[in-house]
Design a protein around this ligand. Structure first.
Ligand SMILES: *Cc1c(COP(=O)(O)O)cnc(C)c1O
Length: 241
């Protein structure tokens, strides 16, 4: 295949994949007493070239997510971002915070008090309030970042005090599970935590977003209460690193 026809095939694949995903989101939302409009659908664009991201945007994507600060800042000028929100979803190092504050709509991956404080500091400096999600290591895995479930409520109460930061909800990546029932248990655990923390009505904390569900599990995530899914490879195809 020529490069041009390969691109065109990929454009068509993206269109087809988005259509399939939309249908599945709608079904899962209905199964949980909601509609597709209640689910925020993020296209995860890490490693994807700008022309394919722009195609997804042309197909109606209004929220994109990138993992790395450098990659996000490099691609940003080439993207058709009018009306499109962009969130950071990967681990953020403290020394990169100054570069990213003000460049994204939300940081979904706040995984330490230290990084939360730095986001606050840099936001105040720029006269901003940065919306964030708190990442929870729901499976208590050593390989993953995020707060341990048992410490999360207390840490959120502490982070709520930080000027320049507004906590909007929780984010998680569950462990890889062989059985759907096991996976759903993790989803249910964090959903319950999300509801419980919301019920505390902590000042400066609005538990409105539960970010969970990726290519392999977004339907289950929606059925167990997610309202914000992050889908990459199911839209753009496998990532080649
Ligand atoms: C890469 C990534 C995703 C998307 O993963 P897919 O399995 O390709 O859908 C979602 N969330 C985070 C935090 C990621 O790093």
């Amino acid at each position: 295949m020529t490069e041009k026809s390969w691109d065109e095939q990929r454009f068509r694949d993206i269109e087809y994949n988005l259509k399939t995903i939309h249908e599945e989101i709608a079904r899962a939302a209905e199964d949980s007493g909601r509609t597709e409009a209640d689910i925020d659908f993020m296209a995860v664009t890490k490693t994807v070239e700008e022309r394919f991201i722009n195609h997804a945007i042309d197909c109606g994507i209004t929220l994109i997510g990138e993992n790395r600060v450098q990659e996000l800042l490099r691609k940003k000028p080439n993207l058709h971002l009018k009306g499109v929100r962009k969130n950071l979803i990967g681990h953020l190092q403290t020394n990169k915070v100054a570069q990213i504050v003000g460049e994204v709509d939300m940081i979904e991956s706040v995984d330490s008090l230290k990084v939360a404080r730095e986001i606050g500091k840099q936001s105040v400096k720029k006269g901003l309030v940065t919306d964030v999600l708190i990442e929870v290591n729901i499976g208590r895995e050593e390989s993953k970042t995020g707060f341990m479930p048992e410490e999360t409520p207390e840490r959120i109460a502490e982070m709520a005090e930080i000027e320049g930061v507004h906590i909007c909800g929780l984010m998680t990546i569950p462990p890889i599970c062989d059985r759907t029932a096991e996976l759903c248990k993790y989803f249910e655990n964090i959903y319950n935590m999300y509801v419980d923390i919301g019920a505390k009505k902590i000042d400066n904390v609005s538990m409105n977003i539960l970010s969970m569900g990726m290519s392999g599990d977004y339907a289950e995530a929606i059925r167990t209460g997610s309202n914000h899914i992050r889908v990459g490879s199911k839209i753009f195809g496998p990532r080649i690193y």
